[in-house]
Design a protein around this ligand. Sequence first.
Ligand code: GUN
Length: 295
Amino acid sequence: MSAEIIDGKKLAAQFRAELKEKVAKLTAEGTVPGLAVILVGDNPASRSYVTAKEKACAEIGIYSSDNRLPENTTQDELLALIERLNNDDKIHGILVQLPLPKHIDEDKVLLAIRPEKDVDGFHPVNVGKMVIGQDAFLPCTPHGVVQMLLRNGVKLDGANVVVVGRSNIVGKPLANLLIQKAATGNATVTLCHTHTKDLAHFTRQADIVIAAAGRPNTITADMIREGAVVIDVGVNRVEADTPKGYKLVGDVDFDGVKEKASLLTPVPGGVGPMTITMLLFNTVQAADNFAHSKK
Ligand code: GUN
């Protein structure tokens, strides 16, 4: 079997066209959706993610406030900025790009963002609401993966899903979303991680494998059942003979797995564009809540 390759960019463009209309409507009613992006330090990957997020905002008419702070910014300075943005009515969403420098306590920073402006869905209030199935901002990558599966006609109800990786940003929330008693869930989920014994034993039984381990070649063709759906969340920079000196690869051995899977996402151009789209989705939702005083 040769897999159909999911075009994340095309799917994201469809979503963004819908969002652009909502932004125009909110703007006409007097609320321009606003997102504040905060980047501390000079991590090259983080810098390129933040730039891509701001560009995507501009393309659909969301106002973005760019806050790039030096590596030696203190925790108190960062918390003071968040407090100012929490109280700024032009800003409906606040995003602090992770990871933060080691001298800053990430948990404290995420807790400082008002849950109503937490468009990343990382605040414990939003995480807790998601887990118990209440309305909440959903974390962007997991939400993007679920939308990608549904919009490609993949049946989640009753499916055996293996998620590889247990990060707070992807693995844990994704497993939670997929088990919810909802159209976006109802799957049977196994969450595998670095201490899992015999990973292939689990992945070979899966209808859907989602790789979010952060390591190239974590998933190879021998680990996949013929006809399985494979979603690659990994973004790894590996040295290559290119102008930049590196190329991006996922966690999945793309060339091998594409001969066995029925549906497969590429890296880049797969999950990445959907992650940013879900950030736009949450920002528009936050602005809509603000405009209609669901604060
Ligand atoms: N770092 C890696 N992924 C993300 C994300 O989705 N949001 C934020 N804020 N930081 C990240």
